[in-house]
Write a protein that binds this ligand. Structure first.
Ligand code: ZN
Length: 381
Protein backbone atom coordinates (compact mmCIF):
# COMPACT_ATOMS: atom_id res chain seq x y z
CA UNK A 1 0.00 0.00 0.00
CA UNK A 2 1.01 3.60 -0.56
CA UNK A 3 1.00 6.46 1.92
CA UNK A 4 1.11 10.22 1.26
CA UNK A 5 2.88 12.24 3.96
CA UNK A 6 4.04 15.83 4.52
CA UNK A 7 1.19 17.44 2.62
CA UNK A 8 -1.49 19.97 3.38
CA UNK A 9 -4.38 17.56 3.03
CA UNK A 10 -7.49 19.15 1.54
CA UNK A 11 -10.33 17.39 3.33
CA UNK A 12 -13.93 18.22 2.46
CA UNK A 13 -14.33 20.55 5.44
CA UNK A 14 -10.82 21.57 6.46
CA UNK A 15 -7.17 21.77 5.55
CA UNK A 16 -5.09 19.42 7.69
CA UNK A 17 -1.38 18.99 8.18
CA UNK A 18 0.60 16.14 9.76
CA UNK A 19 -1.73 13.54 8.30
CA UNK A 20 -0.89 10.30 6.54
CA UNK A 21 -3.23 9.13 3.79
CA UNK A 22 -2.98 5.38 3.24
CA UNK A 23 -4.42 3.77 0.12
CA UNK A 24 -4.41 0.97 -2.37
CA UNK A 25 -6.99 1.52 -5.10
CA UNK A 26 -9.22 2.97 -2.39
CA UNK A 27 -8.42 5.21 0.58
CA UNK A 28 -7.88 2.85 3.52
CA UNK A 29 -6.86 5.09 6.36
CA UNK A 30 -6.39 8.75 7.25
CA UNK A 31 -4.38 9.07 10.44
CA UNK A 32 -1.97 11.30 12.33
CA UNK A 33 1.48 10.80 10.88
CA UNK A 34 2.85 9.93 14.32
CA UNK A 35 0.47 6.97 14.53
CA UNK A 36 1.72 5.41 11.29
CA UNK A 37 4.72 3.17 10.80
CA UNK A 38 6.02 4.60 7.52
CA UNK A 39 8.20 1.54 6.95
CA UNK A 40 5.03 -0.42 6.22
CA UNK A 41 4.22 1.62 3.12
CA UNK A 42 5.47 2.92 -0.17
CA UNK A 43 5.88 6.58 0.84
CA UNK A 44 4.91 9.54 -1.35
CA UNK A 45 6.37 12.75 0.10
CA UNK A 46 4.09 15.68 -0.79
CA UNK A 47 6.79 18.13 0.33
CA UNK A 48 4.40 20.61 1.90
CA UNK A 49 2.14 20.84 -1.15
CA UNK A 50 -1.64 20.53 -1.28
CA UNK A 51 -2.97 16.99 -1.36
CA UNK A 52 -6.34 17.40 -3.07
CA UNK A 53 -8.97 14.94 -4.17
CA UNK A 54 -8.78 14.25 -7.91
CA UNK A 55 -10.71 16.91 -9.83
CA UNK A 56 -13.96 16.19 -11.68
CA UNK A 57 -14.69 18.00 -14.96
CA UNK A 58 -18.33 17.49 -15.89
CA UNK A 59 -18.25 19.73 -18.99
CA UNK A 60 -15.33 19.53 -21.41
CA UNK A 61 -15.52 19.19 -25.20
CA UNK A 62 -11.93 18.94 -26.23
CA UNK A 63 -8.26 19.22 -25.37
CA UNK A 64 -4.92 18.88 -27.15
CA UNK A 65 -6.47 19.07 -30.61
CA UNK A 66 -9.09 16.38 -29.97
CA UNK A 67 -12.85 16.91 -29.69
CA UNK A 68 -15.42 14.49 -28.29
CA UNK A 69 -17.79 15.31 -31.16
CA UNK A 70 -15.24 13.89 -33.63
CA UNK A 71 -16.52 10.49 -32.51
CA UNK A 72 -12.97 9.21 -32.39
CA UNK A 73 -11.97 6.90 -29.52
CA UNK A 74 -8.29 7.77 -29.95
CA UNK A 75 -9.04 11.45 -29.51
CA UNK A 76 -11.08 10.77 -26.38
CA UNK A 77 -8.18 8.75 -24.93
CA UNK A 78 -5.79 11.58 -25.79
CA UNK A 79 -8.02 13.98 -23.86
CA UNK A 80 -8.33 11.57 -20.92
CA UNK A 81 -4.55 11.30 -20.69
CA UNK A 82 -4.03 15.01 -21.22
CA UNK A 83 -6.32 16.25 -18.46
CA UNK A 84 -4.62 13.94 -15.93
CA UNK A 85 -1.82 16.52 -16.01
CA UNK A 86 -4.30 19.11 -14.76
CA UNK A 87 -5.23 16.92 -11.79
CA UNK A 88 -8.51 15.74 -13.36
CA UNK A 89 -9.25 12.10 -12.51
CA UNK A 90 -12.91 11.87 -13.60
CA UNK A 91 -14.76 13.61 -16.40
CA UNK A 92 -17.78 13.79 -18.65
CA UNK A 93 -16.81 13.94 -22.34
CA UNK A 94 -19.17 16.57 -23.69
CA UNK A 95 -20.88 16.57 -27.07
CA UNK A 96 -22.07 19.62 -29.00
CA UNK A 97 -25.17 20.29 -31.02
CA UNK A 98 -23.93 18.48 -34.12
CA UNK A 99 -25.98 16.12 -36.30
CA UNK A 100 -27.81 13.29 -34.53
CA UNK A 101 -25.62 10.77 -36.34
CA UNK A 102 -22.47 12.53 -35.13
CA UNK A 103 -23.82 12.66 -31.57
CA UNK A 104 -24.57 8.92 -31.69
CA UNK A 105 -21.10 8.23 -33.09
CA UNK A 106 -19.60 10.27 -30.25
CA UNK A 107 -21.67 8.28 -27.72
CA UNK A 108 -20.31 5.07 -29.26
CA UNK A 109 -16.73 6.33 -29.12
CA UNK A 110 -17.14 7.24 -25.44
CA UNK A 111 -18.71 3.82 -24.77
CA UNK A 112 -15.73 2.15 -26.39
CA UNK A 113 -13.21 4.04 -24.24
CA UNK A 114 -15.22 3.82 -21.01
CA UNK A 115 -15.71 0.07 -21.37
CA UNK A 116 -12.04 -0.49 -22.12
CA UNK A 117 -10.37 -2.46 -19.33
CA UNK A 118 -6.97 -0.96 -20.09
CA UNK A 119 -5.78 2.32 -18.59
CA UNK A 120 -6.83 5.21 -20.81
CA UNK A 121 -6.44 8.29 -18.57
CA UNK A 122 -8.93 10.15 -16.37
CA UNK A 123 -11.94 7.95 -15.71
CA UNK A 124 -15.03 8.61 -17.82
CA UNK A 125 -18.23 9.00 -15.80
CA UNK A 126 -20.48 9.34 -18.83
CA UNK A 127 -21.34 11.80 -21.58
CA UNK A 128 -22.54 15.33 -21.03
CA UNK A 129 -24.86 15.84 -24.01
CA UNK A 130 -24.93 19.63 -24.47
CA UNK A 131 -28.00 19.97 -26.64
CA UNK A 132 -29.26 19.31 -29.20
CA UNK A 133 -32.50 20.39 -27.48
CA UNK A 134 -31.74 24.08 -27.12
CA UNK A 135 -33.16 27.45 -28.11
CA UNK A 136 -31.74 28.78 -31.41
CA UNK A 137 -31.81 32.32 -30.00
CA UNK A 138 -29.28 31.31 -27.32
CA UNK A 139 -27.32 28.86 -29.39
CA UNK A 140 -23.97 30.47 -28.63
CA UNK A 141 -21.42 28.45 -30.55
CA UNK A 142 -23.83 25.55 -31.20
CA UNK A 143 -24.90 24.90 -34.81
CA UNK A 144 -28.48 26.03 -35.41
CA UNK A 145 -29.25 23.54 -38.20
CA UNK A 146 -28.75 20.61 -35.82
CA UNK A 147 -31.04 21.83 -33.04
CA UNK A 148 -33.86 19.33 -32.43
CA UNK A 149 -37.19 19.28 -30.59
CA UNK A 150 -36.61 17.83 -27.08
CA UNK A 151 -36.79 14.05 -27.22
CA UNK A 152 -36.68 12.16 -23.92
CA UNK A 153 -36.57 8.83 -25.72
CA UNK A 154 -33.29 9.73 -27.43
CA UNK A 155 -31.69 10.46 -24.05
CA UNK A 156 -33.21 7.44 -22.34
CA UNK A 157 -32.19 5.13 -25.19
CA UNK A 158 -28.62 6.15 -24.39
CA UNK A 159 -28.84 6.32 -20.61
CA UNK A 160 -26.14 3.66 -20.29
CA UNK A 161 -23.64 6.31 -21.38
CA UNK A 162 -25.35 9.73 -20.97
CA UNK A 163 -24.82 11.22 -17.52
CA UNK A 164 -26.43 14.64 -18.09
CA UNK A 165 -27.98 16.64 -20.91
CA UNK A 166 -28.89 20.24 -21.65
CA UNK A 167 -32.37 21.39 -22.57
CA UNK A 168 -34.01 24.80 -22.94
CA UNK A 169 -37.15 24.46 -20.75
CA UNK A 170 -39.19 26.98 -22.78
CA UNK A 171 -39.00 25.28 -26.17
CA UNK A 172 -41.88 23.21 -27.51
CA UNK A 173 -41.91 19.74 -25.97
CA UNK A 174 -39.26 20.49 -23.34
CA UNK A 175 -41.37 20.17 -20.19
CA UNK A 176 -42.64 16.70 -21.16
CA UNK A 177 -39.10 15.60 -22.01
CA UNK A 178 -37.74 16.97 -18.72
CA UNK A 179 -40.46 15.20 -16.75
CA UNK A 180 -39.90 11.89 -18.49
CA UNK A 181 -36.11 11.90 -18.08
CA UNK A 182 -36.34 13.12 -14.48
CA UNK A 183 -38.84 10.38 -13.62
CA UNK A 184 -36.47 7.76 -14.98
CA UNK A 185 -33.88 9.18 -12.63
CA UNK A 186 -30.67 8.05 -14.30
CA UNK A 187 -29.75 11.19 -16.27
CA UNK A 188 -29.23 14.65 -14.75
CA UNK A 189 -31.34 17.32 -16.47
CA UNK A 190 -29.61 20.66 -16.99
CA UNK A 191 -31.13 23.88 -18.30
CA UNK A 192 -29.01 25.83 -20.71
CA UNK A 193 -28.76 27.60 -24.06
CA UNK A 194 -32.13 28.95 -23.05
CA UNK A 195 -34.19 32.07 -23.54
CA UNK A 196 -36.59 31.14 -20.73
CA UNK A 197 -38.18 33.71 -18.49
CA UNK A 198 -37.86 33.30 -14.72
CA UNK A 199 -41.30 31.63 -14.70
CA UNK A 200 -40.45 29.27 -17.57
CA UNK A 201 -37.21 28.28 -15.92
CA UNK A 202 -39.05 27.58 -12.66
CA UNK A 203 -41.54 25.41 -14.57
CA UNK A 204 -38.58 23.41 -15.85
CA UNK A 205 -37.27 23.08 -12.30
CA UNK A 206 -40.69 21.88 -11.14
CA UNK A 207 -40.61 19.18 -13.82
CA UNK A 208 -37.14 17.99 -12.89
CA UNK A 209 -34.32 20.34 -13.93
CA UNK A 210 -31.62 20.02 -11.26
CA UNK A 211 -28.60 21.63 -12.90
CA UNK A 212 -27.61 24.65 -14.97
CA UNK A 213 -25.29 24.62 -17.97
CA UNK A 214 -22.58 27.31 -17.62
CA UNK A 215 -24.49 29.83 -15.50
CA UNK A 216 -24.76 33.27 -17.14
CA UNK A 217 -23.49 32.12 -20.54
CA UNK A 218 -26.12 31.47 -23.26
CA UNK A 219 -29.14 32.17 -21.05
CA UNK A 220 -31.43 35.02 -20.01
CA UNK A 221 -29.61 37.37 -17.66
CA UNK A 222 -30.55 38.44 -14.16
CA UNK A 223 -32.33 41.75 -14.28
CA UNK A 224 -34.38 43.30 -11.51
CA UNK A 225 -37.67 43.11 -13.43
CA UNK A 226 -36.83 39.97 -15.40
CA UNK A 227 -34.87 37.61 -13.16
CA UNK A 228 -34.43 35.17 -16.05
CA UNK A 229 -32.78 31.76 -15.94
CA UNK A 230 -29.91 33.14 -13.87
CA UNK A 231 -32.39 34.36 -11.26
CA UNK A 232 -34.14 30.98 -11.17
CA UNK A 233 -30.88 29.02 -10.92
CA UNK A 234 -29.59 31.21 -8.12
CA UNK A 235 -32.89 31.19 -6.20
CA UNK A 236 -33.58 27.47 -6.21
CA UNK A 237 -31.35 25.81 -3.64
CA UNK A 238 -31.67 22.31 -5.10
CA UNK A 239 -30.35 23.38 -8.49
CA UNK A 240 -26.62 23.17 -9.05
CA UNK A 241 -24.78 25.48 -11.44
CA UNK A 242 -21.74 25.20 -13.66
CA UNK A 243 -19.32 28.10 -13.85
CA UNK A 244 -16.56 28.74 -16.39
CA UNK A 245 -14.19 30.51 -13.98
CA UNK A 246 -11.64 31.66 -16.55
CA UNK A 247 -12.26 35.38 -15.69
CA UNK A 248 -13.32 35.98 -19.32
CA UNK A 249 -16.69 34.16 -19.51
CA UNK A 250 -17.65 35.59 -16.11
CA UNK A 251 -16.16 38.64 -14.45
CA UNK A 252 -14.04 37.54 -11.51
CA UNK A 253 -15.86 40.07 -9.33
CA UNK A 254 -18.89 37.73 -9.32
CA UNK A 255 -17.07 34.56 -8.23
CA UNK A 256 -17.46 35.21 -4.51
CA UNK A 257 -21.14 36.18 -4.76
CA UNK A 258 -22.03 33.04 -6.73
CA UNK A 259 -20.07 30.84 -4.32
CA UNK A 260 -21.87 32.43 -1.37
CA UNK A 261 -25.29 31.84 -2.90
CA UNK A 262 -24.76 28.36 -4.35
CA UNK A 263 -22.40 26.93 -1.71
CA UNK A 264 -21.99 23.19 -2.41
CA UNK A 265 -24.08 23.52 -5.59
CA UNK A 266 -21.34 25.42 -7.42
CA UNK A 267 -19.51 23.23 -9.94
CA UNK A 268 -16.47 24.57 -11.74
CA UNK A 269 -16.18 23.36 -15.31
CA UNK A 270 -13.80 24.13 -18.15
CA UNK A 271 -16.06 23.96 -21.26
CA UNK A 272 -12.67 23.50 -22.88
CA UNK A 273 -12.50 22.96 -26.65
CA UNK A 274 -9.89 21.30 -28.85
CA UNK A 275 -7.72 24.43 -28.77
CA UNK A 276 -7.11 23.77 -25.04
CA UNK A 277 -3.48 22.97 -24.28
CA UNK A 278 -2.52 24.19 -27.78
CA UNK A 279 -0.76 27.30 -29.11
CA UNK A 280 -2.77 30.33 -30.25
CA UNK A 281 -4.27 29.96 -33.73
CA UNK A 282 -7.25 28.71 -35.73
CA UNK A 283 -9.28 25.69 -34.66
CA UNK A 284 -12.85 24.40 -35.03
CA UNK A 285 -15.73 23.76 -32.67
CA UNK A 286 -18.61 21.57 -33.84
CA UNK A 287 -17.41 22.14 -37.40
CA UNK A 288 -17.35 25.93 -37.02
CA UNK A 289 -14.17 28.06 -37.17
CA UNK A 290 -12.73 29.38 -33.92
CA UNK A 291 -9.72 31.57 -33.21
CA UNK A 292 -7.78 31.13 -29.96
CA UNK A 293 -5.81 33.98 -28.48
CA UNK A 294 -4.65 33.65 -24.90
CA UNK A 295 -7.61 32.63 -22.71
CA UNK A 296 -10.16 33.67 -25.40
CA UNK A 297 -11.74 31.59 -28.15
CA UNK A 298 -13.97 33.48 -30.56
CA UNK A 299 -15.92 32.70 -33.71
CA UNK A 300 -15.49 35.06 -36.69
CA UNK A 301 -18.60 37.05 -35.65
CA UNK A 302 -17.20 37.54 -32.14
CA UNK A 303 -19.33 34.86 -30.43
CA UNK A 304 -17.51 33.26 -27.51
CA UNK A 305 -16.82 29.65 -28.43
CA UNK A 306 -16.01 27.59 -25.38
CA UNK A 307 -12.82 28.08 -23.46
CA UNK A 308 -9.27 26.85 -23.14
CA UNK A 309 -9.50 26.75 -19.36
CA UNK A 310 -7.91 23.94 -17.35
CA UNK A 311 -9.78 22.84 -14.22
CA UNK A 312 -6.90 23.27 -11.76
CA UNK A 313 -6.52 26.81 -13.09
CA UNK A 314 -10.23 27.41 -12.42
CA UNK A 315 -9.65 26.45 -8.77
CA UNK A 316 -6.72 28.87 -8.62
CA UNK A 317 -8.86 31.63 -10.16
CA UNK A 318 -11.65 31.09 -7.61
CA UNK A 319 -9.20 31.08 -4.73
CA UNK A 320 -7.45 34.21 -5.96
CA UNK A 321 -10.66 36.19 -6.43
CA UNK A 322 -12.78 35.19 -3.42
CA UNK A 323 -12.31 34.74 0.29
CA UNK A 324 -13.15 31.04 0.08
CA UNK A 325 -11.01 28.61 2.07
CA UNK A 326 -8.81 26.28 0.05
CA UNK A 327 -11.05 23.29 0.80
CA UNK A 328 -14.13 25.20 -0.35
CA UNK A 329 -12.50 26.19 -3.65
CA UNK A 330 -11.29 22.63 -4.24
CA UNK A 331 -14.75 21.21 -3.44
CA UNK A 332 -16.15 23.31 -6.30
CA UNK A 333 -14.09 21.21 -8.73
CA UNK A 334 -14.33 17.85 -6.97
CA UNK A 335 -17.00 17.11 -4.38
CA UNK A 336 -19.67 19.45 -5.76
CA UNK A 337 -19.66 18.07 -9.32
CA UNK A 338 -19.40 14.54 -7.90
CA UNK A 339 -22.55 15.25 -5.85
CA UNK A 340 -24.39 16.76 -8.82
CA UNK A 341 -23.60 13.62 -10.82
CA UNK A 342 -24.50 11.24 -7.98
CA UNK A 343 -20.93 9.94 -7.82
CA UNK A 344 -19.96 11.28 -4.39
CA UNK A 345 -20.06 7.90 -2.67
CA UNK A 346 -17.10 6.93 -4.84
CA UNK A 347 -15.17 10.09 -5.61
CA UNK A 348 -14.90 13.82 -4.93
CA UNK A 349 -13.21 14.00 -1.52
CA UNK A 350 -10.45 12.44 0.55
CA UNK A 351 -12.39 10.05 2.75
CA UNK A 352 -11.87 6.44 3.78
CA UNK A 353 -13.57 4.09 1.33
CA UNK A 354 -13.49 6.43 -1.66
CA UNK A 355 -11.34 5.84 -4.72
CA UNK A 356 -7.69 6.80 -4.30
CA UNK A 357 -7.79 9.69 -6.76
CA UNK A 358 -5.51 12.60 -5.83
CA UNK A 359 -3.90 15.70 -7.20
CA UNK A 360 -0.81 16.95 -5.38
CA UNK A 361 -0.54 20.62 -6.30
CA UNK A 362 1.55 23.70 -5.59
CA UNK A 363 0.22 27.04 -4.29
CA UNK A 364 -0.99 27.99 -7.78
CA UNK A 365 -2.68 24.61 -8.19
CA UNK A 366 -0.27 23.37 -10.80
CA UNK A 367 -0.47 19.60 -10.55
CA UNK A 368 2.79 18.05 -9.36
CA UNK A 369 1.43 14.55 -9.25
CA UNK A 370 -1.85 12.88 -10.17
CA UNK A 371 -2.86 9.56 -8.68
CA UNK A 372 -5.74 7.62 -10.23
CA UNK A 373 -7.20 4.60 -8.44
CA UNK A 374 -4.02 4.36 -6.38
CA UNK A 375 -1.62 4.49 -9.37
CA UNK A 376 0.68 7.43 -10.04
CA UNK A 377 -0.37 8.53 -13.53
CA UNK A 378 1.39 11.88 -13.77
CA UNK A 379 4.48 13.30 -12.18
CA UNK A 380 5.61 16.87 -12.89
CA UNK A 381 9.15 18.07 -12.95
ZN1 ZN B 1 -20.00 23.46 -23.67
Amino acid sequence: MKCIINGKVVLKDSLAENLAVVFDDKIQKIAELKDINTADYEIIDAKGKFVCPGLVDMHIHGYLGADVSDGDAHGIKKMAEGIIKNGVTAWCPTTMTVSKKEIEDAFDAVREVKNSTEYYGARILGVNSEGPFINPSKKGAQAEEHILRPDADFILANKDIVKLFTVAPEVDGALDAIEKVAKDGSVLVSMGHTNATFEEANKGIEKGVKHTTHLFNAMTALSHRNPGVVGAALSEENVSVELIADTFHIDKGLFGLIAKIKEDKLCLITDCIRAGGMVDGDYTLGGQPVHKEGIKCLMPDGTIAGSVLELNKAVANILENTDLEVFEAVNCASLNPAKALGEDKEIGSIEVGKRADFMIADEKFNAQMTILGGEIRYKGE
